[in-house]
Design a protein around this ligand. Structure first.
Ligand code: ADP
Ligand code: ADP
Ligand code: MG
Length: 479
């Protein structure tokens, strides 16, 4: 019997625990104090408290590895975020004799650095937009940047080399802005990623974000599980994800998938990963980055392939070869995931953490999948990200899938925090969305999606009050 520690929280911890238990293994959860009421603790076979946090203990390599040793875990699944893309964590697991469920420390290191990743891909002949190496410090770096814009023009993207999660990306329109923003971007990158390196990339105008799920075993076998469109974003971070991409040109999608496999081979990739591309109006595509972990949106790929990606990840990490070949992978139907976040879309998607979910009623039925972790009466810790539940729907045709999604959103009731649901209710009836016509500029060009009236009637207010009283009685020390 194997034991696997899940070094994460929220919906993804639950997702991974389920796969571990289905394999007949024991799942070990870890948690910080603000998560003491969280469902992943109760669902796991064992739970270990690792500190008061917030965040610092989930990010503490020594503590997490110690917890795994204490529990006698054979392997660690990092999920996404937190330590998932930290090469030192992968290394520390290896040194402790614990299998890290993901690629090697070297692969994570190389691909987590956008400039090194671009160099590897360039050498492999993978198409990409022109860019600079890391900008030198001070005036030298500004000169380098101006030389780049003199050659390629504006706009350009100023990116943190170690960035992720949509953070550390700035679109620069002119020289004045470039000069002003380089030091600001550096300082921000230093604070967020402990690395002040930044570089420039040419902007692809109005692109589609198209990514490919790839999987490699330890014996050099690679498969891809088709494409996902993740163009609908806010602040360069995904909100809605679709599989497969709705681009009609199957030849183009085939070339993108083949390029993704080439990128995986060029970086000696193992386990599950995602190769991200931007596709322009003329159907040129450009490598953007490889995420060396499970993605939030892996669910849509699972729905259209029938392949359990987390189960596969675990088996491959334990040394099994891939149990299927490319010709065994068949894409069927369409899947859409919406990230239901505790956020106020009308207030620039500001997080709504700290609130109690006083009413929670979720949709169900054929083709509906929910990956969440909140329940009625649960107070959302303020200190973590705002994702509450992923609603993923599957349908045979695109129209059927959109209809199902609309029905599910109408059936979804979350009272307490403001959520992205009312915004999505506008989105699913938008003609451009229904036509599959969207790029990463979609939110900017569709401000009407933010026009709705929050439902906050007396009944909701009363329900919220009751839930808060209930919570305070059960948690007398809560503030
Ligand atoms: P992260 O590591 O934060 O995911 P990415 O490099 O993947 O950063 O970029 C995130 C998003 O930012 C993309 O999906 C896209 O919308 C936008 N973006 C990034 N680079 C470019 C670019 N060169 N041109 C246009 N949009 C870009
Ligand atoms: P199992 O445990 O059923 O022997 P694996 O765990 O090795 O299968 O496979 C991991 C995932 O890959 C599962 O979700 C499974 O459904 C999928 N899979 C296995 N074999 C095939 C195949 N021949 N074609 C497509 N998918 C497959
Ligand atoms: Mg990305």
């Amino acid at each position: 019997m194997k034991k696997i520690l899940v070094a994460n929280r929220g919906e993804i911890a639950l997702r991974i625990i389920r796969a571990i238990q289905e394999l007949g293994y024991a799942a070990v959860a870890i948690y910080e104090t603000p998560d003491a009421e969280a469902l992943h603790i109760r669902t796991a076979d064992e739970a270990i408290w690792i500190g008061n946090g917030p965040r610092c203990d989930y990010l503490n390599i020594e503590k997490v590895v110690l917890a795994a040793k204490k529990a006698g875990a054979d392997a660690i699944h990092p999920g996404y975020g937190f330590l998932a893309e930290n090469p030192d964590f992968s290394q520390a697991c290896e040194e402790a004799g614990i299998t890290f469920i993901g690629p090697s420390a070297e692969v994570i290191h190389n691909l987590g650095d956008k400039v090194i990743a671009r160099r590897i891909m360039q050498e492999a002949g993978i198409p990409m937009v022109p860019g600079t190496p890391n900008l030198a410090a001070g005036e030298e770096g500004v000169k380098q940047a101006l030389a780049f814009t003199a050659q390629h023009g504006y706009p350009v993207m100023l990116k943190a080399t170690a960035g992720g999660g949509g953070r550390g990306i700035r679109r620069i329109e002119n020289e004045k802005q470039l000069k002003a923003e380089i030091p600001v971007a550096r300082a921000e990158a230093k604070a967020a990623f402990n690395n002040d390196a930044v570089y420039l990339e040419k902007v692809v105008l109005d692109p589609k974000h198209v990514e490919v799920q790839i999987i490699g075993d330890k014996y050099g076998n690679y498969v891809h599980l088709g494409t996902r469109d993740c163009s609908i974003q806010r602040r360069n971070q995904k909100l809605v994800e679709i599989a497969p991409s709705l681009i009609q040109d199957q030849g183009l999608l085939g070339r993108i998938c083949a390029t993704a496999i080439k990128a995986a081979q060029a970086s000696n990739y193992t386990n599950a990963g995602t190769v991200e591309f931007l596709v322009d109006k003329d159907h040129n595509f450009y490598f953007m980055e490889i995420n060396t972990r499970l993605q939030v949106e892996h669910t849509v790929t699972e729905m259209i392939t029938g392949i359990d990606i987390v189960r596969t990840q675990i088996k491959l990490a334990l040394g099994r070869p891939l149990s299927f070949r490319q010709e065994d992978v068949h894409l069927r139907g369409h899947a859409i995931e919406m990230r239901i976040n505790a956020e106020d879309p009308q207030n620039n998607f500001m997080p709504e953490g700290g609130k109690t979910v006083s009413v929670y009623r979720s949709p169900g039925g054929y083709g509906v999948r929910l990956d969440g972790f909140v329940y009625q009466g649960f107070t959302i810790p303020e200190v973590y990200d705002s994702l509450l539940v992923k609603l993923t729907v599957f349908g045979f045709s695109w129209n059927e899938t959109v209809d199902r999604l609309r029905r599910c959103l109408n059936n979804f009731v979350i009272v307490g925090p403001k959520t992205t649901i009312p915004f999505y209710l506008n989105l699913v009836v938008d003609p451009d969305f229904k036509e599959g016509d969207f790029t990463t500029s979609y939110l900017d060009t569709h401000p009407q999606l933010l026009e709705y009236k929050e439902q906050d009637d007396e009944g909701n207010k009363l329900a919220r009050l009751i839930a808060e009283i209930h919570y305070k009685r059960e948690n007398p020390y809560a503030i």
